[in-house]
Design a binder for this molecule. Structure first.
Ligand SMILES: C[S@@+](CC[C@H](N)C(=O)[O-])C[C@H]1O[C@@H](n2cnc3c(N)ncnc32)[C@H](O)[C@@H]1O
Length: 202
Protein backbone atom coordinates (compact mmCIF):
# COMPACT_ATOMS: atom_id res chain seq x y z
CA UNK A 1 0.00 0.00 0.00
CA UNK A 2 1.19 3.53 -0.75
CA UNK A 3 0.45 5.86 2.18
CA UNK A 4 0.54 9.65 1.89
CA UNK A 5 1.60 10.92 5.32
CA UNK A 6 0.99 14.53 6.32
CA UNK A 7 4.00 15.91 8.23
CA UNK A 8 2.44 19.22 9.27
CA UNK A 9 3.77 22.72 8.55
CA UNK A 10 7.41 22.23 9.60
CA UNK A 11 7.47 22.08 13.41
CA UNK A 12 8.67 18.57 14.43
CA UNK A 13 6.11 18.66 17.28
CA UNK A 14 3.22 19.05 14.83
CA UNK A 15 3.35 15.53 13.40
CA UNK A 16 0.42 13.37 14.47
CA UNK A 17 0.91 10.19 16.50
CA UNK A 18 -0.46 8.26 13.55
CA UNK A 19 2.06 9.83 11.16
CA UNK A 20 4.89 8.78 13.49
CA UNK A 21 3.50 5.24 13.75
CA UNK A 22 3.25 4.85 9.96
CA UNK A 23 6.73 6.32 9.37
CA UNK A 24 8.23 3.90 11.92
CA UNK A 25 6.45 0.85 10.55
CA UNK A 26 6.71 1.34 6.79
CA UNK A 27 9.11 -0.80 4.82
CA UNK A 28 10.24 2.28 2.92
CA UNK A 29 9.75 6.06 3.31
CA UNK A 30 10.00 8.60 0.51
CA UNK A 31 9.84 12.41 0.60
CA UNK A 32 9.76 15.13 -2.07
CA UNK A 33 12.17 17.61 -0.41
CA UNK A 34 14.67 18.53 2.27
CA UNK A 35 12.25 19.84 4.94
CA UNK A 36 10.14 16.68 4.71
CA UNK A 37 13.31 14.57 5.00
CA UNK A 38 14.31 16.43 8.18
CA UNK A 39 10.88 15.95 9.76
CA UNK A 40 10.94 12.23 8.99
CA UNK A 41 14.58 11.74 10.16
CA UNK A 42 13.83 10.87 13.85
CA UNK A 43 11.61 7.98 12.71
CA UNK A 44 13.00 6.73 9.39
CA UNK A 45 15.71 7.20 6.80
CA UNK A 46 13.77 8.72 3.91
CA UNK A 47 14.76 8.67 0.27
CA UNK A 48 14.21 11.73 -1.92
CA UNK A 49 11.91 11.43 -4.93
CA UNK A 50 12.52 13.98 -7.69
CA UNK A 51 9.72 16.55 -8.06
CA UNK A 52 11.18 19.56 -9.89
CA UNK A 53 9.64 23.03 -9.60
CA UNK A 54 8.47 23.37 -13.21
CA UNK A 55 5.13 23.88 -14.92
CA UNK A 56 6.26 22.03 -18.06
CA UNK A 57 3.61 19.29 -18.14
CA UNK A 58 5.68 17.01 -20.39
CA UNK A 59 8.65 17.08 -18.01
CA UNK A 60 6.33 16.60 -15.03
CA UNK A 61 4.38 13.71 -16.56
CA UNK A 62 7.60 11.87 -17.42
CA UNK A 63 8.88 12.32 -13.88
CA UNK A 64 5.64 11.31 -12.18
CA UNK A 65 5.58 8.17 -14.33
CA UNK A 66 9.22 7.40 -13.42
CA UNK A 67 8.35 7.82 -9.73
CA UNK A 68 5.31 5.56 -10.09
CA UNK A 69 7.47 2.91 -11.84
CA UNK A 70 9.95 3.12 -9.01
CA UNK A 71 7.37 2.65 -6.22
CA UNK A 72 4.96 0.17 -7.76
CA UNK A 73 6.56 -3.15 -6.75
CA UNK A 74 7.40 -2.00 -3.19
CA UNK A 75 3.86 -0.68 -2.71
CA UNK A 76 2.38 -4.02 -3.75
CA UNK A 77 4.67 -5.97 -1.39
CA UNK A 78 4.29 -3.86 1.78
CA UNK A 79 3.61 -0.42 3.21
CA UNK A 80 5.43 2.45 1.56
CA UNK A 81 5.06 5.92 3.11
CA UNK A 82 5.34 9.17 1.19
CA UNK A 83 5.81 12.02 3.69
CA UNK A 84 4.65 15.50 2.68
CA UNK A 85 4.56 18.96 4.21
CA UNK A 86 1.12 19.90 5.53
CA UNK A 87 -1.65 17.61 4.37
CA UNK A 88 -1.12 15.09 1.54
CA UNK A 89 -4.35 15.93 -0.27
CA UNK A 90 -4.06 19.72 -0.37
CA UNK A 91 -1.87 21.15 -3.17
CA UNK A 92 0.48 18.20 -2.86
CA UNK A 93 2.76 16.04 -5.02
CA UNK A 94 1.07 12.99 -3.50
CA UNK A 95 -2.06 13.76 -5.56
CA UNK A 96 -0.01 13.73 -8.79
CA UNK A 97 1.72 10.52 -7.87
CA UNK A 98 -1.62 8.92 -6.97
CA UNK A 99 -3.20 9.99 -10.25
CA UNK A 100 -0.38 8.55 -12.38
CA UNK A 101 -0.19 5.39 -10.27
CA UNK A 102 -3.94 4.81 -10.67
CA UNK A 103 -3.66 5.32 -14.42
CA UNK A 104 -0.80 2.85 -14.98
CA UNK A 105 -1.03 0.56 -11.95
CA UNK A 106 -4.69 0.49 -10.82
CA UNK A 107 -4.15 -2.45 -8.46
CA UNK A 108 -1.93 -0.42 -6.07
CA UNK A 109 -3.84 0.46 -2.88
CA UNK A 110 -3.70 3.90 -1.24
CA UNK A 111 -4.28 5.47 2.15
CA UNK A 112 -3.80 8.95 3.53
CA UNK A 113 -2.81 10.14 7.00
CA UNK A 114 -4.04 13.72 7.24
CA UNK A 115 -1.60 16.35 8.43
CA UNK A 116 -1.88 19.85 9.86
CA UNK A 117 -2.11 21.95 6.74
CA UNK A 118 -0.64 25.41 6.14
CA UNK A 119 -4.27 26.38 5.51
CA UNK A 120 -5.00 26.09 9.23
CA UNK A 121 -1.45 26.61 10.53
CA UNK A 122 -1.32 30.19 9.32
CA UNK A 123 -4.15 31.15 11.66
CA UNK A 124 -2.26 29.79 14.67
CA UNK A 125 0.77 31.96 13.91
CA UNK A 126 -0.94 35.15 12.76
CA UNK A 127 -3.73 35.55 15.29
CA UNK A 128 -6.37 35.27 12.59
CA UNK A 129 -9.80 33.79 13.33
CA UNK A 130 -11.68 32.53 10.29
CA UNK A 131 -15.33 32.62 11.26
CA UNK A 132 -17.13 32.95 7.95
CA UNK A 133 -16.72 31.21 4.57
CA UNK A 134 -13.35 31.67 2.95
CA UNK A 135 -11.59 30.88 -0.28
CA UNK A 136 -8.24 29.16 -0.70
CA UNK A 137 -6.57 29.63 -4.08
CA UNK A 138 -3.24 29.13 -5.85
CA UNK A 139 -4.38 31.37 -8.69
CA UNK A 140 -6.09 28.65 -10.75
CA UNK A 141 -9.86 28.58 -11.36
CA UNK A 142 -12.01 27.73 -8.32
CA UNK A 143 -13.15 24.15 -8.83
CA UNK A 144 -13.87 22.78 -5.36
CA UNK A 145 -16.02 23.77 -2.43
CA UNK A 146 -16.17 22.40 1.09
CA UNK A 147 -19.34 23.13 3.05
CA UNK A 148 -19.03 22.56 6.79
CA UNK A 149 -21.91 22.05 9.26
CA UNK A 150 -23.94 20.28 6.57
CA UNK A 151 -27.03 19.56 8.64
CA UNK A 152 -29.24 19.85 5.54
CA UNK A 153 -27.04 18.24 2.93
CA UNK A 154 -29.63 17.89 0.16
CA UNK A 155 -30.53 21.58 0.28
CA UNK A 156 -26.85 22.55 0.19
CA UNK A 157 -26.22 20.20 -2.72
CA UNK A 158 -29.05 21.77 -4.75
CA UNK A 159 -27.61 25.24 -4.16
CA UNK A 160 -24.18 24.07 -5.22
CA UNK A 161 -25.60 22.46 -8.36
CA UNK A 162 -27.06 25.83 -9.32
CA UNK A 163 -23.52 27.27 -8.91
CA UNK A 164 -22.18 24.77 -11.47
CA UNK A 165 -20.88 22.02 -9.17
CA UNK A 166 -21.36 18.49 -10.52
CA UNK A 167 -19.79 15.90 -8.20
CA UNK A 168 -20.58 15.65 -4.51
CA UNK A 169 -19.37 13.74 -1.47
CA UNK A 170 -21.19 13.72 1.86
CA UNK A 171 -19.00 12.86 4.88
CA UNK A 172 -20.28 12.50 8.44
CA UNK A 173 -18.35 11.83 11.70
CA UNK A 174 -15.07 11.17 9.88
CA UNK A 175 -12.50 8.95 11.62
CA UNK A 176 -15.10 7.70 14.14
CA UNK A 177 -16.86 4.35 14.39
CA UNK A 178 -19.99 6.05 13.07
CA UNK A 179 -18.30 7.42 9.97
CA UNK A 180 -20.53 7.77 6.89
CA UNK A 181 -19.20 8.58 3.42
CA UNK A 182 -21.64 8.85 0.50
CA UNK A 183 -20.35 9.46 -3.00
CA UNK A 184 -23.58 8.87 -4.98
CA UNK A 185 -25.47 12.13 -5.32
CA UNK A 186 -28.89 10.48 -5.16
CA UNK A 187 -28.10 8.82 -1.82
CA UNK A 188 -27.12 12.03 0.00
CA UNK A 189 -29.70 12.47 2.79
CA UNK A 190 -32.01 15.38 3.66
CA UNK A 191 -30.66 15.56 7.23
CA UNK A 192 -27.09 15.32 8.50
CA UNK A 193 -25.26 15.25 11.82
CA UNK A 194 -23.53 18.44 13.01
CA UNK A 195 -20.15 16.83 12.21
CA UNK A 196 -20.92 16.70 8.51
CA UNK A 197 -19.28 18.05 5.39
CA UNK A 198 -20.33 18.31 1.79
CA UNK A 199 -17.52 18.42 -0.72
CA UNK A 200 -18.35 19.56 -4.26
CA UNK A 201 -16.33 19.58 -7.47
CA UNK A 202 -17.06 21.40 -10.74
C1 LIG B 1 2.84 22.41 -2.52
S1 LIG B 1 1.95 23.36 -1.36
C2 LIG B 1 1.82 22.22 -0.06
C3 LIG B 1 0.63 22.49 0.83
C4 LIG B 1 0.56 21.45 1.93
N1 LIG B 1 0.16 20.17 1.40
C5 LIG B 1 -0.38 21.88 3.03
O1 LIG B 1 -1.38 21.19 3.31
O2 LIG B 1 -0.11 22.90 3.65
C6 LIG B 1 3.18 24.43 -0.82
C7 LIG B 1 2.60 25.69 -0.27
O3 LIG B 1 2.06 25.43 0.99
C8 LIG B 1 2.21 26.60 1.81
N2 LIG B 1 2.92 26.18 3.03
C9 LIG B 1 3.22 24.92 3.40
N3 LIG B 1 3.80 24.89 4.60
C10 LIG B 1 3.87 26.17 5.01
C11 LIG B 1 4.34 26.81 6.16
N4 LIG B 1 4.91 26.12 7.16
N5 LIG B 1 4.23 28.15 6.23
C12 LIG B 1 3.66 28.88 5.25
N6 LIG B 1 3.18 28.32 4.13
C13 LIG B 1 3.29 27.00 4.01
C14 LIG B 1 2.98 27.61 1.00
O4 LIG B 1 2.02 28.47 0.41
C15 LIG B 1 3.62 26.76 -0.07
O5 LIG B 1 3.86 27.49 -1.25
Amino acid sequence: MLIGVGLGPGDPKLLTLKAVEILKNSAKVYVPGRLAKELVAPYAEAELLKFPMTRDSEVLNTLWKENADRLVEESKKGDVAFGLIGDPNFFSTFSHLKRVMRQFYPDVEFATVPGISSITSFAARTDVAVETSFEVSDGSEIGHKVHLKARHPKKILEKMEAEGYKDFIFAERLFSEKEVIIKEKDKIPEEGNYFSIIYAKK
